[in-house]
Design a protein around this ligand. Structure first.
Ligand SMILES: C[S@@+](CC[C@H](N)C(=O)[O-])C[C@H]1O[C@@H](n2cnc3c(N)ncnc32)[C@H](O)[C@@H]1O
Length: 242
């Protein structure tokens, strides 16, 4: 079975930012999102767990945070560095479970957004991440999680084929195969080569994470859930260290 890391390294990294439409659009959406949450009145350290190409790290740095941006995909980190040369963003190439090794001061905000949480190997990994988040946050600091609901929703039949993005030379389609605790995500990437379309297929498992279970784990870790809603098709939980 393929690993999440291999999947990003070999299939998704090369099209990740393209998948979002324009990078500018994704950056603006997150900037507006952070402003709505009124976190722009804070300053200090922000930690971005699973930063990808920086769709949260860049707006956070532009709002005045110094950002620790962690991801295990080197190609996406290098894209982030190219896009954000002038900003106070420190990139770290490692597993997000190791993030405490790189934290030198209490964080005002920690984000794990864009469905990164479901990429972890097990529910136990999520529990351990949340405990470390609580330790790393300053009093009054916030954690923001956004992730997809694969737990209460199970697409059926042809609904499981999802057109993600396309242009004249690339088509990305996703196919979901549900298991009890995970959903196997197949990315079907068609690339035009002259007159021919070349297909490459790769898959990786995502966890089916229940929203109420995450709220319970946040509480157990000592974080209070202050916001719980759906935003742009994703569950959005904001928790605070009191
Ligand atoms: C769906 S993308 C989200 C990226 C970004 N947060 C966004 O919203 O565009 C998930 C990211 O998490 C990274 N990732 C997944 N599991 C990880 C892990 N255990 N450690 C480090 N990075 C991980 C992937 O490489 C990828 O960049």
């Amino acid at each position: 079975m393929n690993t999440v890391k291999n999947h990003y390294d070999q299939q998704l990294a090369s099209v990740y930012s393209w998948m979002a439409g324009t990078p500018e659009g994704a950056l603006k959406r997150n900037q507006d999102f952070f402003r709505q949450l009124r976190i722009d009145s804070k300053r200090g350290l922000a930690i971005d767990l699973g930063t990808g190409s920086g769709f949260q790290s860049i707006p956070l740095a532009e709002l005045g945070f110094s950002v620790l941006a962690i991801d295990f995909c080197a190609a996406l980190l290098s894209e982030l560095s190219d896009r954000a040369k002038h900003l106070p963003i420190r990139t770290v190439h490692d597993d997000i479970l190791n993030f405490p090794h790189y934290v030198e001061e209490p964080a005002q905000i920690i984000v794990c957004m864009g469905d990164t949480l479901t990429h972890l190997e097990s529910l136990h990994s999520i529990q351990s991440l949340l405990l470390n988040v609580e330790r790393a946050l300053a009093i009054g600091g916030n954690l923001i999680l956004t992730f997809r609901d694969y737990a209460s929703v199970e697409l059926q039949g042809t609904q499981r084929f999802i057109p993600v993005q396309s242009d004249q030379s690339i088509i990305l389609t996703c196919f979901l195969e549900y298991h009890e605790d995970t959903v196997e995500v197949y990315d079907l990437l068609h690339r035009k080569d002259g007159e021919q379309w070349i297909l490459s297929v790769s898959s990786y498992p995502k966890l089916r994470v229940d929203r109420n279970w995450v709220c319970d784990q946040l509480q157990k870790a000592g974080l209070q859930v202050v916001q719980n809603e759906m935003i742009n098709g994703m569950i959005c939980l904001v928790a605070q260290k009191l």
